[in-house]
Design a binder for this molecule. Structure first.
Ligand code: NAP
Ligand code: ZN
Ligand code: ZN
Length: 351
């Protein structure tokens, strides 16, 4: 076993603190990665604070992991020592259901093994995430990261990137379409960049007028402030697609009213009940669709990384040391992030 240092939550209310645990020695199909950077996803906060219930402690969060491969098992072909690699939200799945066979491991019929807040398959051993100095993972669940990209800004691609890329691709967003991205945070800013790169006309739909300038810089063609009901009414029935990244229960009805007939709004943020619930009329009158999407499978995650390399797309990040993770969480709650916090894991050496 390999002694590994990290930071863990021990209950829903106390700050994260230094925590030492053990990783397995790499097996024949495993890749061992020295973690250089790990993004802070809003999901980390939801899980650490048990917002979705069922959190397991101690919890080492972190599923936007980028690092250097330090060693690989004898059967590994995807990467070699010295390469850069990434790990996202999953470290295993059943590998034989129809979803796994299609490379959609996030929809594994037996449930994927999440990178943290989960148990290893067939074992009571907890999985521990990326707020730590290294990770050991099956090569199937690692992706190759080209050295040509800014590595610290690549980390958020492993969750925020794939979670926005996947629905944009699945619903075939592209040229000639007016696309709205709702919520300019970690996911939203990647959604804007991808929708733009795919050729769509992009409207940033935000509660924060102060973010308007940034939205335009990130690639939006227009900004729509959702609290401005007159502006919302002017755009009613005009969108081909909406990507909704709002992290909390909220009223989806004003957003559904923005959709054209037969168009879709995809939820990626609100995992719990919508409040108030969607009105039947919002969907029926216009044959509109309300859908959801979870991260993306491993083949599509690699495709997304390669797309980013081809289009020079990375995340806009603010670097934080590991010791400042609790402060970063508070700022995330206050909607004070431009647009993703990333932990520089070199700071762990000072713990
Ligand atoms: P984030 O960085 O905090 O961004 C969320 C943005 O939503 C905020 O910047 C804000 O943008 C807007 N917002 C916040 N509260 C709002 C409210 N009450 N009403 C309307 N808008 C609000 O969060 P994130 O990391 O992007 O994550 C977003 C959500 O996606 C989280 O719930 C996370 O757990 C979830 N998630 C899901 C998946 C998946 O697979 N489906 C993957 C990753 C994350 P404005 O200031 O522009 O309004
Ligand atoms: Zn995430
Ligand atoms: Zn499966």
């Amino acid at each position: 076993m390999i002694k590994t240092r990290g930071y863990a939550a021990h209950n829903p209310t106390s700050p994260l603190t230094p925590f030492t645990f053990e990783r397995r020695e790499p097996g024949a199909h495993d890749v061992q990665i020295e973690i250089l950077y790990c993004g802070i996803c809003h999901t980390d906060l939801h899980q650490a604070r048990n917002d979705w219930s069922g959190s397991i402690y101690p919890m080492v969060p972190g599923h936007e992991i980028v690092g250097r491969v330090t060693c690989v098992g004898g059967q590994v072909t995807k990467v070699k020592a010295g390469d850069y690699a990434g790990v996202g939200c999953m470290v295993d799945s059943c590998r034989h259901c129809s979803a796994c066979n299609e490379g959609l491991e996030q929809y594994c019929e037996e449930g994927p093994t999440w990178t943290y807040n989960c148990k290893e398959r067939g074992s009571e051993q907890l999985t521990f995430g990326g707020y730590s100095e290294r990770i050991v993972v099956e090569e199937r669940f690692a992706v190759k990261v080209p050295a040509s990209l800014d590595l610290k800004a690549v980390a958020p691609l492993l969750c925020a990137g794939i979670t926005t890329y996947s629905p944009l691709r699945h619903w075939k967003v592209g040229k000639g379409q007016k696309v709205g991205v709702i919520g300019l945070g970690g996911l939203g800013h990647m959604g804007v960049k991808f929708a733009k790169a795919l050729g769509a006309q992009v409207v940033m739909i935000t509660t924060s007028p102060a973010k308007g300038k940034d939205a335009l810089r990130l690639g939006a063609d227009e900004v729509l402030v959702s609290k401005d009901s007159a502006a919302m009414a002017r755009q009613a029935g005009s969108f081909h697609f909406l990507l909704n990244t709002i992290p909390n229960p909220h009223d989806v009805n004003p957003y559904l009213a923005l959709l054209k007939r037969d168009s879709t709004m995809v939820l990626v943020g609100a995992l719990t009940a919508l409040d108030p619930p969607p009105q039947g009329g919002s969907l029926i009158l216009g044959r509109r669709h309300l859908a959801g999407s979870a991260i993306g499978g491993i083949p599509e995650t690699q495709e997304m990384i390669d797309f980013c390399a081809a289009h020079q797309i990375v995340s806009d990040v603010e670097m934080v040391p590991m010791q400042a993770v609790n402060e970063a969480y508070e700022r995330l709650v206050r909607n004070d992030v431009r647009y993703r916090f990333v932990i520089d894991m070199a700071s762990l050496k000072q713990v």
